[in-house]
Design a protein around this ligand. Structure first.
Ligand SMILES: [Zn+2]
Length: 175
């Protein structure tokens, strides 16, 4: 399916009744809350979303969004590329009470008569799926901090009671 620009607002319940699929692409720069947690707003989000009524009658919004973005490495503070993948299984409800009554497998979207702000929903899902702290692999990291070489053998172990001769002995060339 051809990807369309992300629709910002949806009559979500109506689309669930008619069963709709959305295959969208949106640039990260159009998702400012998501972008604010990243190293840059460069990148695109691919979103595949299904709206339908399930066998239990729930109004469902299921989908997956993936974004190739840059976050900051916590060690060297340089950008590093990661893929953020958000997968969600949501049910539209009217009230907080209905939200609490949902099966554990579903997360609520509390929605009244207003239109669903799909870009806000997508940002919520992407933000919770973005890892808080990120580190380059050590070999890729631009850090100036000392590398953790293993300590030389015997370093730091001071044996008490050594006679001066044992030091001399260790200096004697072996032949
Ligand atoms: Zn780094």
């Amino acid at each position: 399916m051809q990807r369309q620009p992300l629709p910002k607002q949806l009559d979500a319940r109506k689309l669930c009744v008619s069963a709709a699929e959305i295959s969208a692409i949106v640039s990260v720069s159009e998702l400012p809350r998501f972008a604010s947690g990243l190293a840059s707003d460069v990148g695109e989000v691919l979103a595949d979303i299904q709206l339908y009524r399930d066998e239990q009658g729930f109004y469902r919004i299921d989908g997956k969004a993936s974004a190739a973005v840059n976050v900051s490495c916590e060690r060297c503070l340089q950008p590093m590329p990661i893929e953020v993948v958000a997968e969600f299984a949501l049910a539209i409800v009217w009230t907080e009470e209905q939200a609490k009554a949902l099966p554990k497998s579903l997360d609520p979207v509390i929605l009244g008569e207003e239109l669903l702000e799909l870009d806000e929903l997508l940002q919520d899902e992407l933000i919770v799926s973005t890892p808080f702290v990120n580190y380059h692999d050590k070999s890729d990291c631009k850090t100036a901090a000392p590398v953790d070489y293993p300590a030389p053998e015997g370093a730091g172990s001071e044996e008490k009671g050594d006679s001066p001769f044992s030091v001399l002995g260790s200096l004697k060339p072996r032949d």
